[in-house]
Design a binder for this molecule. Structure first.
Ligand SMILES: CCCCCCCCCCCCCC(=O)SCCNC(=O)CCNC(=O)[C@H](O)C(C)(C)COP(=O)(O)OP(=O)(O)OC[C@H]1O[C@@H](n2cnc3c(N)ncnc32)[C@H](O)[C@@H]1OP(=O)(O)O
Length: 199
Protein backbone atom coordinates (compact mmCIF):
# COMPACT_ATOMS: atom_id res chain seq x y z
CA UNK A 1 0.00 0.00 0.00
CA UNK A 2 1.38 3.44 -0.86
CA UNK A 3 1.64 6.25 1.70
CA UNK A 4 -1.02 8.21 -0.19
CA UNK A 5 -3.65 5.48 -0.01
CA UNK A 6 -2.89 4.75 3.69
CA UNK A 7 -3.83 8.36 4.49
CA UNK A 8 -6.84 8.55 2.16
CA UNK A 9 -10.27 9.63 3.33
CA UNK A 10 -11.84 6.76 1.38
CA UNK A 11 -13.44 4.31 3.80
CA UNK A 12 -11.34 1.11 3.88
CA UNK A 13 -13.09 -2.06 2.76
CA UNK A 14 -12.46 -3.71 6.15
CA UNK A 15 -13.89 -0.81 8.17
CA UNK A 16 -16.87 -1.55 10.44
CA UNK A 17 -19.72 0.60 11.76
CA UNK A 18 -20.19 0.03 15.48
CA UNK A 19 -23.37 1.07 17.32
CA UNK A 20 -23.62 4.03 19.63
CA UNK A 21 -22.09 3.53 23.06
CA UNK A 22 -24.79 2.52 25.59
CA UNK A 23 -24.01 5.63 27.68
CA UNK A 24 -24.17 8.00 24.69
CA UNK A 25 -27.22 10.27 24.31
CA UNK A 26 -30.11 8.65 22.44
CA UNK A 27 -31.68 9.60 19.12
CA UNK A 28 -33.17 13.10 19.31
CA UNK A 29 -31.22 14.07 22.43
CA UNK A 30 -29.08 17.18 22.52
CA UNK A 31 -25.31 16.54 22.56
CA UNK A 32 -23.77 18.53 25.43
CA UNK A 33 -20.63 20.67 24.89
CA UNK A 34 -17.48 18.54 25.15
CA UNK A 35 -15.65 21.42 26.83
CA UNK A 36 -17.32 24.45 28.46
CA UNK A 37 -14.86 26.76 26.66
CA UNK A 38 -15.29 25.19 23.18
CA UNK A 39 -15.76 27.85 20.48
CA UNK A 40 -17.66 25.27 18.44
CA UNK A 41 -20.37 24.02 20.76
CA UNK A 42 -20.30 25.93 24.05
CA UNK A 43 -22.23 29.11 24.73
CA UNK A 44 -19.22 31.42 24.91
CA UNK A 45 -18.43 34.79 23.28
CA UNK A 46 -16.71 34.43 19.93
CA UNK A 47 -18.03 30.92 19.38
CA UNK A 48 -20.08 29.62 16.47
CA UNK A 49 -22.74 28.37 18.93
CA UNK A 50 -23.41 25.11 17.14
CA UNK A 51 -26.27 23.03 18.55
CA UNK A 52 -26.22 19.29 17.86
CA UNK A 53 -28.53 16.35 18.36
CA UNK A 54 -28.11 12.62 17.92
CA UNK A 55 -29.76 11.69 14.66
CA UNK A 56 -31.32 8.49 13.46
CA UNK A 57 -29.28 6.72 10.82
CA UNK A 58 -30.96 3.39 10.56
CA UNK A 59 -29.59 2.40 7.18
CA UNK A 60 -31.29 0.06 4.77
CA UNK A 61 -32.14 -2.64 7.29
CA UNK A 62 -33.91 -0.17 9.56
CA UNK A 63 -32.32 -1.68 12.67
CA UNK A 64 -32.45 0.72 15.59
CA UNK A 65 -28.97 1.36 16.97
CA UNK A 66 -27.28 0.63 13.67
CA UNK A 67 -25.62 3.66 12.18
CA UNK A 68 -24.43 6.73 14.03
CA UNK A 69 -25.34 10.24 12.94
CA UNK A 70 -25.56 13.80 14.19
CA UNK A 71 -27.69 16.75 13.13
CA UNK A 72 -26.48 20.29 13.86
CA UNK A 73 -27.71 23.83 13.46
CA UNK A 74 -25.78 27.09 13.28
CA UNK A 75 -27.02 30.63 12.78
CA UNK A 76 -24.87 32.41 10.17
CA UNK A 77 -24.26 35.75 11.86
CA UNK A 78 -22.80 39.04 10.62
CA UNK A 79 -19.49 38.39 12.38
CA UNK A 80 -18.95 35.27 10.22
CA UNK A 81 -18.72 37.39 7.07
CA UNK A 82 -16.07 36.78 4.43
CA UNK A 83 -17.27 38.07 1.04
CA UNK A 84 -19.87 40.88 1.34
CA UNK A 85 -22.93 39.38 2.97
CA UNK A 86 -21.54 35.86 2.70
CA UNK A 87 -20.04 33.41 5.16
CA UNK A 88 -16.25 33.13 5.36
CA UNK A 89 -15.18 29.65 4.23
CA UNK A 90 -13.34 29.04 7.49
CA UNK A 91 -16.59 29.33 9.41
CA UNK A 92 -18.22 26.72 7.19
CA UNK A 93 -15.24 24.45 7.83
CA UNK A 94 -15.52 25.10 11.57
CA UNK A 95 -19.20 24.17 11.38
CA UNK A 96 -18.34 20.94 9.57
CA UNK A 97 -15.53 20.16 12.03
CA UNK A 98 -17.89 20.57 14.97
CA UNK A 99 -20.72 18.49 13.48
CA UNK A 100 -18.38 15.78 12.13
CA UNK A 101 -16.45 15.79 15.42
CA UNK A 102 -19.60 15.05 17.41
CA UNK A 103 -20.08 11.68 15.70
CA UNK A 104 -17.18 9.48 16.90
CA UNK A 105 -17.60 10.37 20.61
CA UNK A 106 -21.03 8.67 20.41
CA UNK A 107 -19.10 5.42 19.91
CA UNK A 108 -15.76 5.87 21.61
CA UNK A 109 -13.76 8.17 23.86
CA UNK A 110 -12.29 11.42 22.62
CA UNK A 111 -11.22 11.84 19.03
CA UNK A 112 -9.38 14.67 17.29
CA UNK A 113 -9.60 15.84 13.71
CA UNK A 114 -6.69 14.47 11.68
CA UNK A 115 -7.95 15.50 8.26
CA UNK A 116 -10.89 17.50 6.93
CA UNK A 117 -11.92 17.98 3.29
CA UNK A 118 -14.65 20.46 2.40
CA UNK A 119 -16.45 21.12 -0.88
CA UNK A 120 -18.05 24.55 -1.00
CA UNK A 121 -21.05 23.96 -3.27
CA UNK A 122 -22.93 27.27 -3.06
CA UNK A 123 -22.53 30.65 -1.33
CA UNK A 124 -24.01 30.94 2.17
CA UNK A 125 -25.55 34.37 2.95
CA UNK A 126 -25.30 35.81 6.47
CA UNK A 127 -28.66 35.92 8.22
CA UNK A 128 -29.43 32.34 7.22
CA UNK A 129 -29.27 29.13 9.24
CA UNK A 130 -27.07 26.20 8.34
CA UNK A 131 -28.35 22.69 8.92
CA UNK A 132 -25.71 19.99 8.92
CA UNK A 133 -25.88 16.24 9.08
CA UNK A 134 -22.90 13.98 9.67
CA UNK A 135 -22.70 10.20 9.73
CA UNK A 136 -20.17 7.59 10.62
CA UNK A 137 -19.05 5.82 7.46
CA UNK A 138 -16.58 3.38 8.99
CA UNK A 139 -14.09 2.63 11.75
CA UNK A 140 -10.71 0.98 11.37
CA UNK A 141 -8.55 0.66 14.49
CA UNK A 142 -8.33 4.24 15.91
CA UNK A 143 -9.55 5.81 12.66
CA UNK A 144 -13.11 7.15 12.34
CA UNK A 145 -14.24 8.06 8.81
CA UNK A 146 -17.10 10.55 8.81
CA UNK A 147 -18.95 12.53 6.13
CA UNK A 148 -21.40 15.41 6.25
CA UNK A 149 -23.56 17.75 4.23
CA UNK A 150 -24.73 21.29 4.93
CA UNK A 151 -28.07 22.71 3.79
CA UNK A 152 -29.53 26.19 3.89
CA UNK A 153 -32.38 27.20 6.20
CA UNK A 154 -33.95 23.77 6.63
CA UNK A 155 -32.94 20.13 6.93
CA UNK A 156 -33.91 19.55 3.31
CA UNK A 157 -32.94 23.00 2.00
CA UNK A 158 -30.46 23.66 -0.83
CA UNK A 159 -27.13 21.84 -0.52
CA UNK A 160 -24.34 24.37 0.14
CA UNK A 161 -21.45 22.13 1.19
CA UNK A 162 -20.21 18.61 1.74
CA UNK A 163 -17.29 17.31 3.77
CA UNK A 164 -15.35 14.18 4.62
CA UNK A 165 -13.04 13.78 7.57
CA UNK A 166 -10.83 11.41 9.48
CA UNK A 167 -10.88 11.54 13.28
CA UNK A 168 -8.29 9.67 15.30
CA UNK A 169 -9.17 8.31 18.73
CA UNK A 170 -6.94 9.63 21.51
CA UNK A 171 -6.85 9.12 25.27
CA UNK A 172 -7.08 11.80 27.96
CA UNK A 173 -3.28 11.97 28.06
CA UNK A 174 -3.45 13.74 24.68
CA UNK A 175 -5.20 16.72 26.29
CA UNK A 176 -3.27 16.57 29.56
CA UNK A 177 0.00 16.59 27.63
CA UNK A 178 -0.81 19.34 25.13
CA UNK A 179 -3.49 21.64 26.59
CA UNK A 180 -2.79 24.85 28.50
CA UNK A 181 -2.66 23.97 32.20
CA UNK A 182 -5.13 26.63 33.39
CA UNK A 183 -7.78 25.43 30.95
CA UNK A 184 -7.27 21.80 31.99
CA UNK A 185 -7.52 22.79 35.66
CA UNK A 186 -10.73 24.72 34.91
CA UNK A 187 -12.38 21.43 33.87
CA UNK A 188 -11.11 19.49 36.86
CA UNK A 189 -7.64 18.15 35.98
CA UNK A 190 -5.21 18.37 38.87
CA UNK A 191 -1.76 19.95 38.59
CA UNK A 192 -0.36 16.55 39.52
CA UNK A 193 -2.20 14.80 36.64
CA UNK A 194 -0.91 17.42 34.22
CA UNK A 195 2.66 17.09 35.49
CA UNK A 196 2.50 13.29 35.33
CA UNK A 197 1.22 13.36 31.74
CA UNK A 198 4.11 15.59 30.70
CA UNK A 199 6.71 13.37 32.34
C1 LIG B 1 -8.72 16.23 31.63
C2 LIG B 1 -8.70 16.17 30.17
C3 LIG B 1 -10.11 16.43 29.61
C4 LIG B 1 -10.23 16.18 28.10
C5 LIG B 1 -11.58 16.59 27.59
C6 LIG B 1 -11.82 15.97 26.24
C7 LIG B 1 -12.72 16.83 25.46
C8 LIG B 1 -12.76 16.40 24.01
C9 LIG B 1 -12.25 17.49 23.15
C10 LIG B 1 -12.55 17.22 21.71
C11 LIG B 1 -11.73 18.15 20.87
C12 LIG B 1 -12.46 18.63 19.66
C13 LIG B 1 -11.82 18.24 18.39
C14 LIG B 1 -10.78 19.20 17.96
O1 LIG B 1 -10.92 20.39 18.06
S1 LIG B 1 -9.40 18.53 17.33
C15 LIG B 1 -8.33 19.90 16.97
C16 LIG B 1 -7.57 19.71 15.70
N1 LIG B 1 -6.84 18.47 15.65
C17 LIG B 1 -5.67 18.27 16.29
O2 LIG B 1 -5.21 19.09 17.07
C18 LIG B 1 -4.97 16.97 16.05
C19 LIG B 1 -3.48 17.17 15.90
N2 LIG B 1 -2.85 15.90 15.46
C20 LIG B 1 -2.48 14.96 16.35
O3 LIG B 1 -2.58 15.17 17.56
C21 LIG B 1 -1.95 13.67 15.79
O4 LIG B 1 -1.45 13.85 14.49
C22 LIG B 1 -3.05 12.53 15.76
C23 LIG B 1 -3.56 12.27 17.20
C24 LIG B 1 -4.22 12.90 14.84
C25 LIG B 1 -2.43 11.24 15.22
O5 LIG B 1 -1.25 10.97 15.89
P1 LIG B 1 -0.92 9.56 16.60
O6 LIG B 1 0.54 9.54 16.83
O7 LIG B 1 -1.83 9.37 17.76
O8 LIG B 1 -1.36 8.48 15.54
P2 LIG B 1 -0.67 8.07 14.15
O9 LIG B 1 0.12 9.17 13.56
O10 LIG B 1 -0.03 6.73 14.32
O11 LIG B 1 -1.97 7.90 13.24
C26 LIG B 1 -2.96 6.92 13.52
C27 LIG B 1 -3.57 6.54 12.18
O12 LIG B 1 -4.22 7.70 11.62
C28 LIG B 1 -3.65 8.01 10.35
N3 LIG B 1 -3.53 9.46 10.21
C29 LIG B 1 -3.04 10.33 11.11
N4 LIG B 1 -3.09 11.59 10.63
C30 LIG B 1 -3.65 11.50 9.40
C31 LIG B 1 -3.99 12.43 8.41
N5 LIG B 1 -3.78 13.75 8.58
N6 LIG B 1 -4.55 12.00 7.27
C32 LIG B 1 -4.80 10.69 7.09
N7 LIG B 1 -4.49 9.74 7.99
C33 LIG B 1 -3.92 10.14 9.13
C34 LIG B 1 -2.27 7.36 10.35
O13 LIG B 1 -1.83 7.11 9.00
C35 LIG B 1 -2.55 6.10 11.14
O14 LIG B 1 -3.20 5.18 10.26
P3 LIG B 1 -2.90 3.59 10.35
O15 LIG B 1 -1.39 3.46 10.29
O16 LIG B 1 -3.48 3.11 11.64
O17 LIG B 1 -3.60 3.01 9.16
Amino acid sequence: MTQASARSLDVPADATIPSRHPKAPGVGERIPPHNPACRGCADVPGGIHMESWVDDDRGEGGDPGVGVAVRSRMAVTDDMQGGPGLIHGGYLMAAFDECLGSVAPLVTRSCVTARLETDFRAPVPVGTTLWLRARLDGVLRRKYFVSAEARLDSEDGPLVGTARALFVQVDLQHFLRHGRAEDLEAIGASAEQIRAARG
